[in-house]
Design a protein around this ligand. Structure first.
Ligand SMILES: Cc1cc2nc3c(=O)[nH]c(=O)nc-3n(C[C@H](O)[C@H](O)[C@H](O)COP(=O)(O)OP(=O)(O)OC[C@H]3O[C@@H](n4cnc5c(N)ncnc54)[C@H](O)[C@@H]3O)c2cc1C
Length: 222
């Protein structure tokens, strides 16, 4: 299978860095084709604007989605965006590796979505959800938290992690047609000892060996 790994952490020696490397190594060893977008190393610009496009249909009044539709028709996306779009369109399964920041994606990854998931090219018209451009492809969130697992259960002081992740699962990934796999969550790696973290990394590797066989899960209605 063709695997795209998107990595959004500023430090390669972090636990997220170890999870990303585990995914690269495990999926490559399993015979998959692996492409990566290591957003900090690439110095990916997450700020969306006029520079998303080679030329503008209406330079006097910038409206992003209209320019996205125009760029879709004229092959007019800026090179950094076009490169990421091609990876997105290439993959069968995409994994995002990130730390939970403010109950959300780190800005660099959110900005990647803002710029790369463009109207006309990745969604639009009736090409949404079950009819989406990426129908038949799968995606998984792989993330870490600062808080412990009990804080993210139903009734926990942060609330249910599945409710927190739902805007990403439903509003981004399913919106453009991806089927979503159960997220892989490591709660509070900084609270664990080295041995516990090693065990969790090995468990992640074991899951990834068979990730191609996993079925989507129901992201739920809240
Ligand atoms: C802006 C911001 C917002 C945040 N918002 C939230 C929030 O909303 N909710 C929340 O819960 N948390 C939040 N946090 C905390 C954040 O989610 C955690 O700090 C992060 O998820 C921990 O992951 P890490 O990779 O950075 O861990 P690290 O601190 O890098 O790693 C933990 C430990 O693992 C060790 N390690 C690295 N590699 C390996 C390896 N190969 N084997 C074993 N051990 C290894 C590291 O040395 C370190 O000791 C926020 C943090 C920031 C900066």
């Amino acid at each position: 299978m063709k695997m795209l790994l998107v990595f959004a952490h500023p430090e390669h020696q972090s636990f997220n860095g170890a999870m990303f490397q585990t995914a690269v190594d495990t999926l490559t060893a399993a015979g998959h084709e692996v492409a990566t977008s290591d957003l900090y190393s690439m110095q990916f610009d997450p700020v969306s604007g006029r520079h998303n496009f080679l030329t503008l249909k209406n330079p006097d009044y910038f409206k992003q989605q209209l320019e996205e539709m125009h760029a879709t028709e004229t092959f007019g996306f800026a090179e950094d965006i076009e490169r990421e779009m091609k990876k997105l369109e290439w993959c069968d399964l995409m994994i995002w590796q990130f730390p939970l920041w403010w109950f959300a994606l780190p800005g660099i990854l959110k900005g990647w979505v803002d710029r790369v998931f463009a109207m006309g090219r990745t969604y639009g018209g009736d090409r949404l959800y079950a009819n989406g451009v990426f129908t038949g492809r799968r995606a998984m969130l792989s993330l870490t938290t600062g808080g412990p697992q009990q804080a993210y259960g139903k009734g926990g002081f942060n609330g249910d992690i599945h409710a927190i992740l739902r805007p990403i699962h439903r509003g981004i990934l399913q919106f453009v047609g991806f089927d979503v796999l159960q997220p892989h969550i490591v709660y509070g790696p900084v609270r664990l000892d080295q041995e516990q973290r090693t065990v969790l990394l090995a468990a992640y590797g074991s899951r990834l060996k068979h990730i191609g066989d996993e079925r989507p899960f129901d992201v739920g209605i809240y």
